[in-house]
Design a protein around this ligand. Structure first.
Ligand code: SAM
Length: 236
């Protein structure tokens, strides 16, 4: 069975959406991964088939009901795959988590709407809470698409050699160095001299120095972690 993504959503028609195009879309068409969008509303019972209700304790907005989410999660369970809920309250999604998901059989993703999901079902189902960043979206679907886009490109055979992810941002703990292509002179801006010389050792050195400079300037958190790793590494 190919790597499988099951989505629990109130908007199944949003999928595959952007994931049906380009790299992820080609991989989907080739059967390198499978996407199943499950409508949470199909698991609502009662006369009005409501999926949400007012929050205990008062406040604005509605909360997704635990019984409905539980029934949908039961129907979506995928052997060996984690059940992840996208939420701004979750731990930040990292490239390391993306890579570990790509190494597994798949994932079940729960997309929230409204104010969020009743906490009891999150705990009862031992869901992993993940955030894609420190900002608030109107729903979990775009967050699920971000996660899947990042995972699918790492599945075996999805990226060609020319798209290899070996030197990308985060893979070494640093942000990536800048890229340049033709023309060598554009609007008076020249490409860094070293890249035109064909000296591979000098190019590698320049790229490493640029990756370090950019990480130091833009992401002090990543820079501190990288330095700590470098300090801990045994010297030859
Ligand atoms: N009241 C919630 C809060 O302040 O944490 C925000 C709810 S948001 C309007 C609705 C849904 O969008 C959430 O349940 C979640 O599924 C999704 N969402 C919003 N921002 C997100 C983020 N940064 N990462 C992942 N999911 C997010």
């Amino acid at each position: 069975m190919s790597w499988t993504a099951r989505l629990l959503t109130l908007f199944p028609e949003m999928f595959p959406g952007p994931l049906g195009h380009s790299l992820a879309g080609r991989a989907l068409a080739r059967g390198q991964w499978t996407l199943e969008a499950i409508d949470i509303r199909d698991h609502a019972t009662g006369r009005h088939r409501s999926v949400d209700d007012a929050p205990f304790g008062g406040g604005a907005g509605m909360v997704m009901r635990p019984d409905v989410i539980d029934a949908a999660a039961e129907a979506a369970a995928l052997s060996g795959a984690p059940l992840i809920v996208l939420t701004p309250r979750g731990r930040p999604l990292t490239q390391a988590r993306v890579a570990s998901l790509a190494a597994g059989p798949g994932v079940v993703l729960l997309c929230g709407r409204y104010e969020g999901i009743d906490q009891r079902v999150i705990e009862a189902r031992s869901m992993e809470e993940l955030s894609i960043g420190d900002y608030v979206l109107s729903g979990g679907e775009p967050a699920a698409m971000v996660l899947l886009d990042a995972v699918v490109r790492l599945l075996p055979g999805v990226m060609g050699a020319e798209e290899s992810g070996e030197e990308e941002s985060f893979s070494s703990g640093l942000l990536e160095y800048p890229h340049y292509t033709r023309p060598a002179l554009w609007k008076g801006r020249a490409v860094p001299e070293v890249l035109l010389g064909g000296n591979h050792a000098a190019i590698a050195e320049w790229r490493q120095a640029e990756a370090e400079r950019i990480t130091r300037e833009r992401r002090p958190d990543l820079w501190a972690a990288w330095q700590a790793l470098a300090d801990a590494a045994p010297t030859a």
